[in-house]
Ligand binder design. Structure first.
Ligand SMILES: Nc1ncnc2c1ncn2[C@@H]1O[C@H](COP(=O)(O)OP(=O)(O)O)[C@@H](O)[C@H]1O
Ligand SMILES: [Mg+2]
Length: 436
């Protein structure tokens, strides 16, 4: 028979060996760096101009970033910072290269579904990378303690109090005090104030706003990371809820992001865990748009169906239970998404089963299904230890056709994503103008 002491002993043995295993398999010393981009890529996939036109601009103005030329002198490579400087300073036929940016705060998208392995993280990572290459400033929030997105952004050392868990503790402290202050006599308040909360909650909750946001290997992508120990948040949050019954536990991240200055980021992308729990409800609540990736198999259809039902039920329960409390807590109930999109992933065009499933999705969800699925591609399977996205991989390390096909599949999905965002974003900006 084995009980909890055996598991604890196994944990201790594993912890004792952790640094050896890490050195042998993970190379934490090697930091992930973003590669530069060639003139061919910049002209074909980003600026949409002939390479000679860009070369001429660069020759005419030597103060523009000139990139690094390869030793054989054939190809020039630019960092993303240089590309963004070109965006700010160069125009082609009077047209700016800067991406369209409606006024108001960043638009927030939750990539979420029930099932593990459907490609949520791959989708979140590629949309974030594509948006950054398009000139946008992106914040990612990793809600999944598996922390795949965090690792893929080059971050390996994360303390659990710097994750969404920390944001929830900070929110509980702030909300406790706000609620207590609404009573003329604080002693009449039936709920605890922050100094009556457990010591660890108070300590974690005392962190500053910026303590949660970390830079990544991309100059224009930041992340609120996750780590394995953050899995504890699901367990801890249930206890916190019992401590403070009026705490709107699902609105912590929404309130946190509301503190961000409007112009600090353009797009905020959430990678969600494969479950409905405290973290994924916080993600759903903070999101303007829900992006639901689903693979092309029957079980994925089945789990997408359950996900929709359970998220719907959870949001309905919250609306009923928290209605009167919501407004003062900075939330609007019922939760309204500006858009909900279903995105088919790991799709093989020539596979008749995938075709059939794609048709089924279209029949059931109609216009809510993205027109451009993410194709199954070897380029993603070969992402390596650093979990490089197709955008991060150097196309010279594989057949250029394989890379180009993969990139174009993600680019098409990103183009549609940007159109969806732009629609909601412009509506948000208009509404803000009317309100003012
Ligand atoms: N478009 C794709 N082509 C090939 N492999 C993919 C693709 N999308 C995801 N995968 C693979 O499927 C696995 C699960 O993907 P991931 O994004 O981590 O799923 P989730 O976040 O939903 O658990 C990963 O090993 C990933 O490399
Ligand atoms: Mg994932």
């Amino acid at each position: 028979m084995r009980n909890h002491s055996d598991l604890q002993a196994m944990n201790e043995r594993s912890l004792a060996q952790q640094s050896n295993v890490r050195r042998a398999t993970f190379s934490p010393g090697e930091t992930k760096e973003l590669r530069p981009f060639s003139i061919w890529e910049i002209c074909t996939f980003m600026f949409d101009v002939p390479a000679d036109t860009l070369r001429k601009k660069l020759a005419d103005d030597p103060t523009l970033p000139q990139g690094e030329t390869e030793e054989d002198g054939r190809q020039r490579w630019f960092t993303l910072e240089e590309i963004n400087e070109l965006r700010r300073r160069v125009r082609f036929r009077g047209k700016t290269l800067l991406p369209k940016r409606p006024k108001g705060r960043a638009i927030r998208v939750a990539v979420s579904n029930f099932k593990g392995g459907v490609g949520k993280t791959v989708v979140a990572q590629h949309l974030a990378n594509a948006a950054a290459l398009d000139g946008y400033r992106v914040l990612c929030v990793d809600f999944d303690p598996q922390a795949t997105l965090t690792h893929s952004m080059g971050i390996v050392e994360v303390k659990e109090w710097n994750t969404v868990w920390g944001i929830m503790c900070r929110d509980l402290c702030r909300e406790s005090d706000r609620i207590t202050e609404t009573y003329d006599d604080p002693d009449d308040c039936p709920y605890p104030s922050s100094d009556e909360l457990p010591q660890d909650v108070q300590e974690i909750g005392a962190q500053r706003f910026m303590d949660f946001i970390q830079p990544t290997c991309w100059p224009t992508i930041d992340i609120i990371p996750s780590c394995a120990n953050a899995a504890f948040v699901e367990f801890a949050s249930a206890q916190y809820r019992a401590l403070h019954k009026a705490w709107s536990f699902f609105g912590c991240v929404s309130r946190y992001l509301d503190e961000l200055p409007d112009d600090q980021y353009d797009i905020i992308i959430f990678d969600c865990p494969p479950a409905i729990g405290y973290q994924s409800l916080n993600a759903a609540f903070a999101a303007d748009i829900l992006y639901i990736p689903s693979g092309p198999g029957y079980w994925e259809y089945d789990s997408t169906t359950s996900f929709l039902g359970q998220l719907g039920d959870a949001l309905a329960d919250i609306s009923e239970g928290f209605g009167p409390l919501a407004k003062d807590a900075g939330l609007t109930l019922p939760k309204e998404f500006m858009d909900v999109r279903v995105l088919m992933t790991r799709f093989e065009v020539t596979n008749p089963l995938h075709q059939a499933m794609s048709e089924a999705f279209q029949n059931v969800f109609g216009a809510d299904v993205c027109r451009n699925p993410i194709e199954m591609t070897r380029a993603v399977e070969q992402s390596g230890r650093f979990q490089n996205s197709v955008y991060e991989q150097d196309y010279r390390q594989m057949t250029r056709e394989t890379w180009k096909r993969a990139r174009q599949s993600f680019d098409r999905a990103y183009g549609e994503f940007r159109d969806t965002l732009m629609k909601s974003w412009s509506e948000n900006a208009e509404r803000k103008e009317i309100d003012q």
